[in-house]
Design a protein around this ligand. Structure first.
Ligand SMILES: Cc1cc2nc3c(=O)[nH]c(=O)nc-3n(C[C@H](O)[C@H](O)[C@H](O)COP(=O)(O)OP(=O)(O)OC[C@H]3O[C@@H](n4cnc5c(N)ncnc54)[C@H](O)[C@@H]3O)c2cc1C
Length: 397
């Protein structure tokens, strides 16, 4: 079985999920991570129901429930209008044991995965291993790090994020676009629940949209993260400055007292999908395969779904089934990345930033009608909670 060892590049949510599912299927795995430890950037914080279902058997879902905050309702709002529609995921309780979003920072998931993997005797992880080259023959792959270390395996999984070296090593095109404006994330201890906000909210405004959600932070009562678009020409240091961030927050929610700021982050945001997820023995998953804006909280979830699909198929191939399964992985996951992940996140941003007053009114009206009609609300939640995309992937032959 050792000759089947799979090399995974990247110890983020996608890489460690693939490692967990492969080792649980008996496949030896080595993860190579360029950082000297696990990455603690909080970035993603929303887990959708299908992701919790996938992680249930391994016990990860139980750990996430111990660490996270349940968010059964989320709101679509107008900045001046207030709540336009409040969606209750409870209406999906007949199809999932997890009819809510679970809010928990992604670095906590990564720590849980690493802890679980550490008990496996067929799992190895190397930190400070910055992969530079990937070569393959008919029999296997060879991966070399910038420190000159070489690793051999049966397949390599590129779970090394948006700038994936594995993707570039195989000359895989990454077509799409980059938004001019960067996204600013301001973290505050202001309690937006007191002001009528649900734990996850999207706020439309033609001048400055925003999205906000509550996360556990360092423990109860938790903190709120507020995402704003920024002026393309603004200097990063000005955008990240706490006084400026507080001013931006106060313009959004007027307050006699300053909002306490605990953190600011700035992200460049792209919409791109790799031209293929497979070249021979090199496979892509997660942000290495697709990147998107964070509105809807889908990138990490999608990467986890890639990783589960890939690990299940790769384990079967390593036990003797046809490599066609890996092409099926490519077709299924790439199709839904384009038809769902890209389409939905691009649309989510357009709705929030709509400047044409008539179109904006129409969007607001659509949201009101959707939430008021049980059949429409259910269809909408099936899509936004990521069930529909997963089912569509299964239909791809
Ligand atoms: C502000 C913001 C909010 C977000 N919110 C959400 C959300 O709520 N829900 C959601 O689903 N998604 C969200 N996302 C998206 C989510 O963060 C990403 O989709 C997710 O991190 C992708 O995971 P990954 O494991 O594929 O890649 P990454 O998390 O980027 O991990 C890649 C790993 O590979 C390592 N690496 C890179 N290059 C090399 C190399 N050459 N050699 C070895 N190791 C290497 C990196 O150090 C890193 O550890 C958000 C993103 C942002 C920016």
């Amino acid at each position: 079985m050792e000759s089947s060892r799979v090399i995974i590049v990247g110890a983020g949510p996608s890489g460690l999920t693939a490692a967990l599912f492969l080792t649980r299927a008996g496949v030896p795995v080595t993860v190579l991570e360029s950082r000297t430890g696990l990455y603690d950037d909080p970035r993603a914080a929303t887990f959708h129901p299908p992701t919790m279902e996938m992680f249930a058997e391994s016990g990860v879902t139980k750990r996430l429930h111990e660490l996270g905050i349940l968010c059964p309702r989320w709101q679509f709002r107008g900045r001046d209008e207030g709540v336009i529609a409040e969606f209750d995921l409870g209406i999906l309780s007949d199809i999932t044991p997890y009819p809510y979003r679970l809010q928990c920072e992604q670095h906590k998931l990564v720590a849980v995965l690493a802890e679980m993997l550490s008990t496996s005797n067929i799992f190895a992880i190397e930190y400070g291993a910055n992969v530079e080259t990937v070569n393959q023959t008919a029999d296997g792959v060879t991966v070399t790090t910038s420190e000159g270390r070489t690793y051999r395996g049966s397949y390599v999984v590129g779970a090394d994020g948006g700038r994936s070296v594995v993707r570039k090593s195989q000359d895989i095109d990454f077509a799409g676009f980059t938004y001019q404006e960067r996204f600013l994330v301001v973290t505050t201890t202001t309690d937006f629940e007191q002001l009528g906000f649900a734990y996850s909210c999207y706020v439309s405004d033609p001048r400055e949209w925003c999205a906000l959600f509550k996360v556990p932070g360092k423990g109860p009562p938790g903190v709120w993260r507020v995402v704003f678009p920024t002026e393309p020409e603004a200097a990063a240091e000005d955008l990240l400055d706490y006084t400026n961030a507080e001013r931006r927050l106060r313009a959004f929610v007027p307050s006699a007292e300053p909002h306490p700021i605990v953190h600011t982050n700035l992200y460049t945001v792209h919409q791109r999908v790799a031209a293929t997820y497979r070249v021979g023995r090199a496979l892509l998953a997660g942000d290495a395969a697709h990147v998107n804006n964070p509105l809807g909280g889908m990138g990490m979830n999608f990467g986890i779904h890639d990783a589960v699909s890939l690990a299940n198929k790769l384990a079967r191939v390593l036990k003797g089934e046809s490599e066609d399964l890996l092409d099926l992985y490519d077709r299924q996951r790439r199709y839904v990345a384009n038809a769902f992940l890209q389409a939905m996140t691009i649309q989510n941003k357009r709705i929030l930033e709509e400047k044409d007053p008539q179109k904006r009114d129409e969007r607001m009206q659509e949201m009101r009608e959707t939430v008021a009609d049980p059949a429409k609300a259910r269809a909408f939640l099936m899509r936004t909670a990521m069930f529909e995309g997963l089912r569509a992937a299964e239909q791809v032959a």
